[in-house]
Structure formats: structure tokens, C-alpha cells
Ligand binder design. Sequence first.
Ligand SMILES: [Zn+2]
Ligand SMILES: [Zn+2]
Length: 311
Amino acid sequence: MHCLDRAHDAGFKAKAFVRALEVARSLPPEELAQRADAHTLTDLEGIGDSSAKVICQALAGGDIAYLTDLEATTQVPITVAGAIYRDALLGDLHLHSRWSDGGATIEAMARTAVAVGHQYMVLTDHSPRLTIAHGLSAERLVQQLADVATLNLQMAPFRILTGIEVDILEDGTLDHGDEVLSQLDVVVASVHSKLRMGEKEMTMRMVRAVANPNVDILGHCTGRLIGKRDPSEFDADYVFAACAQFHTAVEINCRPERLDPPRPLLQMAIEYGCYFAINSDAHATGQLEWQPHGCNRAAEVGVPLDRVLNT
Ligand SMILES: [Zn+2]
Ligand SMILES: [Zn+2]
């Protein structure tokens, strides 16, 4: 699963493996072995040819060719220059858990963050406006903070910082008030709705959010989805000048379908003196390995390393 996520291939194939795993676990071990010998695993609903092959290889105790191959072929590519940025990153400031629309528990995300070499991560599940993403109300956020506190005791010195990805509403106000946002370590603010509003309105909307003293990072600023959705229209001069003025970092979003902001905008943000954050925006453990996408781009455009918050 982790490797398929990393390769952004977590759709049908990954679901099939999870289903096969459930079926295999529900069987007595003797029956599983018998069926493997008799080549009747695929008679079971939920186990196909690839899953059957993996189960047989696992039972045989040797290397699992499929998994070894997957491990090798799903590595996220990084350039020599990009590696300098990646090596400097100490954490990730934007990621999701099952509390909103992520696929993994907070603990699984944290353990993977440790495994990829981070000292900390900021948990930024969605805010309530994003109902399709099961956004967190103030009440659920309080419960989450208690869970995070417990996990932090178990996982020290690794640290889970508290946060949220708050929605920028149409008028530029946010989806949680000061009393909630001021309690959190890091607030990422992003536009998720009405992405096609007029340029002038969108500029005012974004500047107002960027100027909010609770906001630390402007998430995936254009909202584009490569090949699927065009960037929103806004006056980037105003928005990046505001980011520099109010010390709100511009996110370099590492999701392969976003890679936001596009290069010319990133260049412009550098010129305005903005700070940056290279964030995975991971919704699954494997996606925590996506930072190289943003590191490659930061290196290519020449983002000053000392302006990247998570170094
Ligand atoms: Zn978002
Ligand atoms: Zn996000």
C-alpha cells in the first residue's frame, strides 16, 4: 500500500490488495496453506491472480518478487540539486489523517514521518466547510488535540505539532474563528470552493486570508489540478506582496497533480521576498515521500534554502 501510494497508484490495485489481505486474514492458516498448495486461492472471492502470487511467495518464506519490484519501481525521483533541499527538510507542515479525508491514522502518519527522517510533522486535517472531506468541527478538533498529546508522549523526541487546513471562504474570512485557530501551532489556509470567481474578487479573498494573523501558510495557491483544472485567476503581485508583508509562507505543494504554484508564480514569490514551505499534503503514508517533487522544483527555480520554513 505504502509503495502504491507513493507512486500515486492507490486506486483500484491498492483496494484489491487490502480486500485480499482481509480475506487471507479471515482464513485459518492451515486452509490458506492448503489452498496455496492446491492453487485454489483464486476460488475465494476477493483474491485475484496477483494477490494469490504474493500470498504463495509470502508462505514460501523467500523474497516476495512483486513487492521487491514495487519497492524498486515506485521510488520518487529526485535531482542532485533537489536532494540538497530534501536533505535540509526536518519536517512536513501539511498532511491529513483519517480524522478528515486521509487514509491512515495519525500514528501511522507519524511513524512514517519518523521513517522518512523527519523530526516533526504538523497535522492539518480539513475544517468543517469541506463536508466531503469530513472536516473537523471545533469539538472534534478538541478530541484530536487530546489524541495528539497522548501520541506525543509515546513518540518523543518526534513531535506532532497541531494544525489545520482551514478553508478560505468566499469573502476571505476563514472557516474557524480566532479562538480555535489561535490554539494551533500551524494554520494552513487554502481555497477549496468557488475557484472560478473573478480575478478581482479572488485577489481580495486571498489577500484577506493571508493578512489574517492566525494564518501561517497559504496552501496550493492556484488550486490547479494538472490536466484537469486550470489555475484560479488572481493578481499575484498583490497576493505575494501580502504574503511577504504579513509573513505568511507560500506553500510549494508536492502533490504530483498539483505542483502548485507553477514555476513563473514561484519565481515571482521569490522576488517578493516570501517565505516558503515544501509540503507533501499527504493523504496516505506513502505520500509523505512526495517532498522530492517540490524539492526538485524549488531547486530548479532557485528558492533560497534559508527561506524554506521546514528546513
Ligand atoms: Zn487543500
Ligand atoms: Zn491538504
